[in-house]
Design a binder for this molecule. Structure first.
Ligand code: ASN
Length: 345
């Protein structure tokens, strides 16, 4: 019986939520989904079908690779018409990267894709996994009066907050409250009721057609500045054979050293067609290269603004754009536009 006329596909990739302690070493190891279900008998209480797809073997998300993102896109695309929503159980360590990548790869999404996981395994008494999973399923089936999904976006749900996936960062390795969306309001808050922040949610009410993308180019590097960084380090990184883009993590509102060699190296790399995107090392706020001379010179070296992008989002957006074969100037131009709500313009 399915009185709600709804259904969810639960995709289990791995992560702490489905891990168990190895008796000999004490280290956490993966176990399979049947065992996971044993610890969450509540799953049976949902009065609609929840089908599952399990990665075999389940993986710690530190092993996540773009091929796995392609696999997730394929699973969602192949099953798109069969389900009202998708919940992905994923390790927390790289969840923000996966959520960002999927937001670009699932163009025209009009159903919820909710990533969640936990900090403590599901078998542990104080686990945060149960709550996260149950609420994610509820969000995945939430629809308005017209029958459209309330949250047709790739999101992360964690510790009572629903966040746009490509705005999130894992910022705590200890607390249950592990993720933050510093530069965009939460999409929903779960208390006694789940309160949706409808004005901040993309595209509910629109009918769209899913267009899956699989092309990604990983010839990218993240370069984090620190006082004392040496010219040979910068030169070696910018000289990597085949390098196509750099996410440059700068200070404050997008500032960098004024040293002549530094600007010259960046200028030369830009001229060779390497796309350099300026993202701030600060958790919150926006790159404004016009603000200080230390930022303005980067503009003149051909560096483009990452605005208020997370590093995770800038990396995966570049992979996506480069994968589609755009020229460096076309990539620079598209970095200045929002594709999936990842930057505030
Ligand atoms: N190492 C785990 C993972 O990302 C951490 C977690 O899920 N809390 O797979």
């Amino acid at each position: 019986m399915n009185p709600l006329n709804t259904s969810v596909l639960l995709i289990y990739t791995g992560g702490t939520i489905g891990m168990i302690e190895n008796a000999a070493t004490g280290a956490l190891e993966n176990f399979n989904f049947e065992q996971l279900q044993k610890y969450i008998p509540e799953l049976q209480k949902f009065n609609f079908p929840i089908d599952t797809y399990q990665f075999d073997p389940p993986m710690d998300s530190s092993d996540m690779e773009p091929d796995m993102w392609r696999k997730l896109v394929r699973i969602i695309h192949d099953n798109y018409n069969r389900y009202h929503g998708f919940v992905i159980l994923h390790g927390t360590d790289t969840m923000a990267y996966t959520a960002s990548a999927l937001s670009f790869m699932l163009e025209g999404l009009d159903k919820p894709v909710i990533l969640t996981g936990s900090q403590l395994p599901i078998g542990v008494l104080r686990t945060d996994g149960k709550e996260n999973l149950m609420t994610s399923i509820e969000i995945a089936i939430a629809r308005n009066k017209e029958g459209r999904a309330l949250v047709p976006e790739v999101c992360i749900f964690f510790e009572n907050h629903l966040m746009r996936g490509n705005r999130t960062t894992k910022m705590n390795a200890e607390n249950f409250n592990a993720f933050r969306s510093f530069n965009y309001p939460v999409l929903a808050e779960a208390g006694i009721h789940i309160k949706y922040n409808n004005v901040q949610i993309h595209g509910n009410g629109e009918e769209r057609e899913l267009k899956p993308h699989y092309l990604l180019d990983t010839n990218i590097v993240v370069l984090k500045l620190f006082p004392g960084i040496q010219e040979n380090v910068i030169a070696t990184i910018l000289g990597i054979e085949g390098l196509k883009a750099v996410v440059l993590e700068t200070y404050g509102s997008g500032n960098a050293p004024r040293k002549e060699w530094f600007i010259r190296r960046l200028c030369q790399a830009s001229e060779r067609g390497i796309v350099i995107v300026n993202v701030t090392q600060c958790s919150a706020g926006m790159v404004e290269m016009e603000r200080y001379e230390t930022g303005y010179q980067l503009l003149q070296a051909g560096v483009v603004s990452g605005y208020d992008s997370t590093t995770e989002s800038a990396v995966t957006k570049l992979m996506f754009l480069l994968g589609h074969g755009y020229t460096p100037d076309e990539v620079r131009d598209r970095m200045n536009r929002s594709i999936a709500g990842e930057i505030t313009l």
